[in-house]
Design a protein around this ligand. Structure first.
Ligand code: HEM
Length: 484
């Protein structure tokens, strides 16, 4: 008996290092062997592809979720493999991947939309006709309709006035409550405003139902695409169908000149229904429905989070708040209580710097993804076909080589423009955020009404920050909120 035990022990001890060796090198051999055969003098970016199936996800989760030092994920690679051209190989989110994290390589990838295409979020969820799903000429066409509807001066002028009643009444209600969880409240006011801007829906039972559906969709966007009952993805698809049905019915009603059509609306849905391109063509019904839905998805949480972070950073930066308040008090005296206009926003000097610094520090979109269409060689390094590219935007904004003292909230750094290519909070190239002006304007308006009428204080100023799925204080930025 003892002999058998010793035999098994020896076998196990002998096998153990082999198993460990195999686990460690499996991905490297499996994914790199086919690539190495066609390198033609190029090199594969340095790095390690982690363990079978899970790749380097444990390492990613370690830095983002456990120790909550997300920037050390890239730092550890730079220390191990050097800065090089700012690319590392890895295996993340189920795919062999290249991590891109320098201004130049990020710019190259974001601008080369023919070589690197979007494959996320899934078309099923976001809609086959959404600007986010389509590529090439279709993308240019749909995007131009959207930019006309939300980024042109006329549209922004109208939006500026449409959002202010919602912002001012929300601020009043926060002060009445006395204590708020800023993350929840800023999302709520953003959702109400976005639905008002885009489809003229006012707060009420329909909006509450839509809010639930959008939350379901957003969860599904981040989930693995396993479509069976009980999964977040399955739920998201059901929510997406419901949203499609609501917006389709609204569109039909407008086409028939139904009741709401008699009201003066001029919202984004009207814009998308009416705009013609140079040849006089219009968007089809499904294109309008898919793009309304995806614009709300893209704009809802992102703007809510940026607003929450503005409250957070200002509460920790009394000098910045004082200067901001001075600027807005002056405007307020001139306006004698009237809502501000685009002309007033254009005259603001300090506010745009506060807005830029807020979105830089908030890093709401820390990483964006592309799929490689064919083998690409960049400065002697191969980005292999069908791999995923993780464009690490966050790293650019927290790298002291790009922004001095990057974790200090310092709007004055925007007295000078950022170094070329180092500021990519809204992405870049042909897919640069279509709503970047919209969010800047909404934040400026919010800061105006906030600073002229209210004071606030974080209840847990030292609350830890949670980084997944997006950066947020763990208590949701709970704060005492009062009228001045
Ligand atoms: C602080 C707030 C926001 C941030 C940080 C942000 C960030 C981004 C980023 C990084 C991209 C590029 C994605 C990629 O290339 O894969 C993007 C795209 C996009 N964003 Fe935003 N965004 C914000 C607000 C908004 C708003 C308010 C809207 C509209 C209501 C919007 C609509 C879009 C759309 C439609 C795209 C896709 C553009 C295309 O594919 O051509 N975003 N956003």
């Amino acid at each position: 008996m003892e002999g058998v035990f010793a035999w098994w022990s020896a076998l196990a001890l002998g096998l153990f290092p082999i198993v460990v060796w195999l686990l460690w090198w499996w991905n490297e051999i499996w994914f790199l062997a086919p690539v190495k055969a066609s390198l033609n003098g190029s090199k594969i970016p340095p790095g390690h592809m982690g363990l079978p199936f899970i790749g380097e996800m444990l390492n990613f989760l370690w830095y983002f979720k456990i120790v909550k030092r997300p920037d050390d994920f890239i730092k550890s690679r730079r220390q191990r493999y050097g800065e090089g051209v700012g690319m590392y190989r890895s295996h993340l989110f189920g795919s062999p991947s290249i991590i891109a994290c320098s201004p130049a390589i990020n710019k190259f990838i974001l601008q080369s939309s023919d070589l690197f295409t979007i494959k996320w979020p899934s078309t099923e969820i976001i809609g086959a006709n959404s600007v986010v799903s389509v590529n090439g000429e279709s993308h240019t066409r749909i995007r131009s309709f959207i930019l006309n509807a939300i980024n042109k001066p006329e549209a922004l002028k109208r939006i500026t006035l449409v959002v202010q009643p919602g912002i001012t009444s929300s601020l009043r209600s926060w002060a009445e409550k006395g204590t708020i969880v800023a993350d929840d409240e800023t999302k709520k006011v953003t959702f109400e405003n976005i639905c008002n801007m885009f489809v003229s829906y006012k707060p009420g039972p329909l909006l509450n139902e839509l809010d639930k559906c959008f939350r379901g969709v957003v969860k599904g966007v981040r989930a693995q695409p396993f479509n069976f009952p009980g999964t977040a993805y399955h739920h998201a698809l059901r929510c997406r169908r419901k949203l499609g049905a609501v917006f389709r019915a609204e569109l039909e009603k407008r086409k028939q000149g139904g009741d709401s059509a008699s009201v003066e609306r001029n919202d984004l849905m009207d814009g998308l229904m009416q705009i013609k391109d140079e040849e006089g063509n219009q968007l089809g019904d499904e294109e309008v429905v898919d793009n309304i839905t995806s614009l709300i998805i893209a704009g809802y949480e992102s703007t809510g989070m940026a607003t929450m972070w503005s409250l957070y950073y200002l509460s920790k930066s009394p000098d910045v708040l004082r200067r901001l308040r001075e600027e807005h008090m002056e405007i307020s005296i001139q306006k004698k209580g009237a809502f501000i206009t685009m002309e007033d926003i254009k005259k603001m000097k300090y506010t745009p710097k506060v807005v830029e610094e807020t979105v830089r520090m908030a890093n709401i979109a820390p990483v964006i993804f592309r799929r490689v269409n064919k083998d690409v060689d960049y400065r002697g390094y191969r980005i292999p076909k069908d791999w995923k590219v993780a464009v690490w935007l966050r790293h650019l904004h927290t790298d002291p080589n790009n922004f001095e003292d990057p974790f200090t909230f310092n709007p004055d750094r925007w007295n000078e423009p950022a170094k070329p290519g180092t500021y990519q909070v809204f992405g870049g190239g042909p897919r640069i955020c279509a709503g970047n002006m919209l969010v800047r304007i909404q934040l400026s308006i919010f800061l105006h009404h906030l600073t002229i009428g209210y004071r606030w204080e974080l209840i847990n100023p030292d609350a830890k920050i949670r980084y997944l799925p997006h950066p947020r204080p763990v208590d949701g930025a709970k704060m005492a909120f009062h009228a001045i």
